[in-house]
Design a protein around this ligand. Structure first.
Ligand SMILES: NC(=O)c1ccc[n+]([C@@H]2O[C@H](COP(=O)([O-])OP(=O)(O)OC[C@H]3O[C@@H](n4cnc5c(N)ncnc54)[C@H](OP(=O)(O)O)[C@@H]3O)[C@@H](O)[C@H]2O)c1
Length: 246
């Protein structure tokens, strides 16, 4: 069994704990300053072979720095820290450890993003089609747009010969042809839904990925913990999927 530490004991941390054993993992410690029975800091507890961070964008960088400095492997599911990626890459290299991160650990979303890329390439051959996207998440989500929306926008821009600039805020001007509008909605209990629309005068194609529960993310995170435990360096969840698919 792989020993793991959970950082953040909210909706995802609890789901991962419930599913750990069926994925060959044993939770040896849990860190969450706000939850009874959990350690308050990383310094005061024993860390497992792999730490999984599903905490909060405000605290995730401190957690990442401490886990890497301790020489432990790390899976980061928390979103909202991508601007620090160059620093994290340098730390992983310096401490010779392994880190895997991703905005969406659902295997279905990974397949979805491949379908979106292919659909963009096809529609791009027909100038009548325009593309846009939107996502909806529960009313407790801390960040917006979702990390997955940012990734999907990058995928579309990479596959399109027309779209160059993502716009996540509301449109206060007529959209320019090279702008890709990707909107966010927050409300209710929705675990995460992402829509991509390819639209022209005569018809409309709509692709939707709908997470049914957080179990799909937890299962992917635990598979990621097993995968990164055997590697050094920094990887995305997409790179893990590519490795598993070949
Ligand atoms: N990659 C993926 O597939 C995926 C899937 C789902 C969610 N996520 C991301 O994962 C993160 C957590 O999601 P969630 O739904 O589990 O949120 P959640 O239910 O709010 O749980 C987060 C928990 O972490 C605690 N926390 C805050 N700062 C912390 C810190 N510095 N160290 C340790 N714990 C800390 C929070 O305490 P307080 O409530 O006291 O702040 C809360 O108990 C979010 O960024 C979300 O976007 C990623």
């Amino acid at each position: 069994m792989l020993s793991i530490t959970l950082i953040g004991y909210g909706k995802m941390g609890r789901m991962i704990q419930n599913m750990a054993e069926e994925h060959g993992c044993r939770v040896i410690s849990v860190i969450d300053p706000g939850q009874p029975g959990c350690a308050e800091t990383l310094a005061e507890t024993e860390l497992g072979e792999v730490c999984l961070d599903f905490s909060h964008p405000d605290g995730v960088m401190d957690n990442i720095r401490q886990v890497i400095a301790a020489g432990k492997h790390l899976v980061v599911g928390t979103t909202g820290w991508n601007k620090y990626l160059p620093e994290v890459e340098a730390l992983v290299e310096k401490h010779k450890t392994g880190l895997l991160y991703g905005a969406n650990f659902s295997i279905g979303m990974n397949i979805f993003s491949r379908v979106v890329r292919y659909a963009t390439e096809l529609c791009d051959k027909f100038p009548d089609y325009d593309v846009c996207g939107w996502e909806i998440h529960h009313n407790q989500k801390a960040d917006s747009p979702s990390g997955t929306a940012i990734q999907l926008a990058k995928t579309i821009i990479g596959a399109s010969g027309v779209k160059e600039t993502p716009v996540y805020e509301k449109m206060d001007h007529r959209i320019a042809p090279d702008e890709l509008h990707f909107a966010s909605v927050r409300g209710g209990k929705v675990p995460g839904t992402h829509n991509i629309l390819f639209d022209c005068e005569t018809d409309s194609l709509e692709l939707t990925h709908r997470a049914r529960s957080r179990a799909c993310f937890a299962s992917g995170a635990l598979q990621a913990a097993q995968w990164i435990s055997l590697r050094k360096g920094i990887y995305t969840f997409t790179e893990m999927m590519e490795d598993l698919l070949c």
